[in-house]
Design a protein around this ligand. Structure first.
Ligand code: FE2
Ligand code: FE2
Length: 245
């Protein structure tokens, strides 16, 4: 795939996942804002679309050369992709969110005097994100992903016709995408409150572990949302169009 200024951001990241790092660094949203073109995304960030396209092309060429016959996530069956998301990203969130909550509480107690106000403010979007994300994962695992697996099995002649209790697959997909946007906004708010996770000079090891963990949480959740918004969900919607209801 050729990358130029008119290429949608999501298409670039689907074809060349290694471009995520650069996009993160230059502040281009590739998960919830993935449908915009490279040119529009660059304009919004005050970047040169031509130079950015060139940088992305270099990363893409390196990645294409490195790939060794391993199937890309955009090429595997949807049931397998849903399993991958659960095993990789949902499992990560289920262990990381409670761990970070404990760590945040510990850092709040130790640094109450000098950083209490900032850490209290940081706790607000973190707690909301945790509550929302935990419910979101359950909805995907209990409703949407089983439906995707059933649809695929049915079309391959390996299962009964799925029951669309939710009207059509677009309904749960739209709701999940909406929830992704809210999660993305909480992550951005946390990063803003924590000054881009720039540690204060008096930070202890726990403070450092907290900021490292929150940065990793953001990175992992961005990748997770990208896989769902830009690969799994659009492919599921296209698949559903072939299922008679
Ligand atoms: Fe998910
Ligand atoms: Fe999701």
């Amino acid at each position: 795939m050729r990358i130029d200024e008119s290429t949608p951001i999501a298409d670039i990241v689907v074809a060349y996942p290694q471009t995520r790092r650069l996009l993160e660094e230059i502040g281009i949203d590739y998960c919830c804002g993935g449908r915009q073109t490279l040119e529009r995304a660059c304009d919004a960030q005050g970047l040169s679309p031509r130079e950015t396209a060139e940088q992305l092309r270099r990363i893409a060429e390196t990645e294409a050369a490195r790939k060794s016959g391993r199937p890309a996530l955009s090429e595997i069956p949807l049931a397998e992709l849903a399993d991958y998301v659960v095993e990789t990203h949902h499992t990560f969130l289920k262990s990381e969110l409670p761990r970070l909550a404990v760590l945040l509480q510990r850092v709040r107690t130790v640094h109450r005097q000098r950083h209490g106000r900032m850490l209290d403010a940081l706790g607000v979007p973190f707690d909301r994100l945790r509550t929302d994300v935990e419910m979101h994962l359950a909805k995907e695992e209990d409703i949407l992903f089983p439906l995707i697996r059933e649809m695929e099995a049915f079309l391959e002649g390996n299962g009964p016709e799925p029951m669309m209790y939710c009207g059509s697959i677009e309904n749960p997909v739209t709701q999940m995408e909406y929830e992704h946007e809210i999660a993305g906004a909480f992550l951005a708010e946390m990063r803003r409150i924590a000054s881009d996770y720039d540690l204060p000079p008096d930070a202890c090891e726990s403070f450092k572990a907290l900021y490292d963990g929150l940065r990793q949480l953001e990175d992992n959740l961005h990748e997770h949302i990208h896989i769902e918004n830009n690969i799994l969900f659009p492919k599921a919607v296209r698949l559903a169009a072939r299922v008679p209801i």
